[in-house]
Design a protein around this ligand. Sequence first.
Ligand SMILES: [Zn+2]
Ligand SMILES: [Zn+2]
Length: 360
Amino acid sequence: MSTSIEFTPLATSDPLDNEPLDNEPLDSEPITTKPKSYPAKGPSILSQVERITDAAISGLGPILLTVAFILLSMTIFCYFSVFLPYHYSWKEGEGLFGNLGYILNLIWSLYLVWGIVANYYFAVRTPPGGVLDGLSASGDAMFQSVLQEMETYTEVPPTCKRCNLPKPERTHHCSVCKTCVLKYDHHCPWIHNCVGHFNHRYFLMFLTYLSISCIYFVYMGISPFLLAADNEGDDNWPYWLDRAIVAFSVVLAVAIGFAVGGMACWHWYLTLTAQTTLEQYNNAYIKKICKKRNEKFTNMYDFGVMGNLQDLFNIGPRGHYPWYTALLPLRIPPIGNGKRFERSGRGYVLDFGEDDEDMV
Ligand SMILES: [Zn+2]
Ligand SMILES: [Zn+2]
C-alpha cells in the first residue's frame, strides 16, 4: 500500500468548528485538522462582534446590489451613447461592408454586456447549494437520506453544529446566510449570496467579463475622457450626457478593472487548481507539513488544468455540454450534486477502506 497521510476531509476543517491550526503535528502523527480539545465556549465579545458583522454584511447586500445596478447601467449607457458614437457611426450609403467596423464593435460590445449582466444575474439568483437540496422527503427522513448518501464515502459523516445536519465534503457553514453551503467558497456581499457549487461558474465568469470589459471600456473611453476633461469650451462636447459622468465612468473603470481583475486572476488560479478559497488555506498548510516530511502533496480534487476547466464549464469528456457553451453566458448547471466529488486518486486522501472503491 502506498504511503498515505490521514487527514479529515476539508469539509470538516471548518475554522469555526475547530481550533486554529497553530500546532504542527509531530512527524509520526497523522496530519489532521481535527481539534485536540474544545475550549469551553460562552457568549464572548468576539462572538457578539461576529454576529453584528454578519448582520451588517447581510444588510449591506441589497444596498450593494443597488449600487452595482446603478454603476453598471451608467457605464453601459455611457459606452453606447458616447464612446461608440465617438469612434464609429453608421455611414449612409456604404452598406454592411462599409460599416463592418461599426457592426463588429457593436456585436462585441453587446456580447460583453450580455456576459456581465447574465452572469451577475445568475450569480445573484442561483442558490449556491444546500445540504438538503434534491431531497423530496422531510424532517428525519431527509436527514437520513443525506446520512445514507454520505455513508457511502465516509464512515462517520461530520455534522454541522449549527444546522444539525450532516456536512458533505467541501461543505462549509456560512454565518451570514446561516446555512451550510455546498462547495463553499465565500460569502460575497456584492451578489448578496454565497459563492458555492451551483453559482461558482457565474461568479467567476462575471469577474472575467467585467475585467475584460473594463480594459475595453478604458481603451474606447480614453479619447472621449480627454475631450471631456478639456474645459476650454462647451462647444467641443456634442453629447448630451454630462462630461463629468463620462470622466467619472472612465476613472471608475480603471479602479474596478484593477480590483476585479486581481480578484478574477486569483479565482482563476483557484479554479484551475481545483481549490476553493477555504481549501487553499488548508492545502497550503498540509503542503508545508508534507514538504517537511519530504513528501509530495497533491490535491485530490485536481484533474489538471484541462480537467478542471471541463469541470467548471461542464464540457468535454468529463461534462455534458459542447465546448463552445463555455463562451456563452447561459445558465448551465455544474457537474454533480455538490455533495460528492470525483477524486483524481493522486495525493493524500482519506483512507476509505472498502468504500473507497465506491467512489465514482
Ligand atoms: Zn451549517
Ligand atoms: Zn452566505
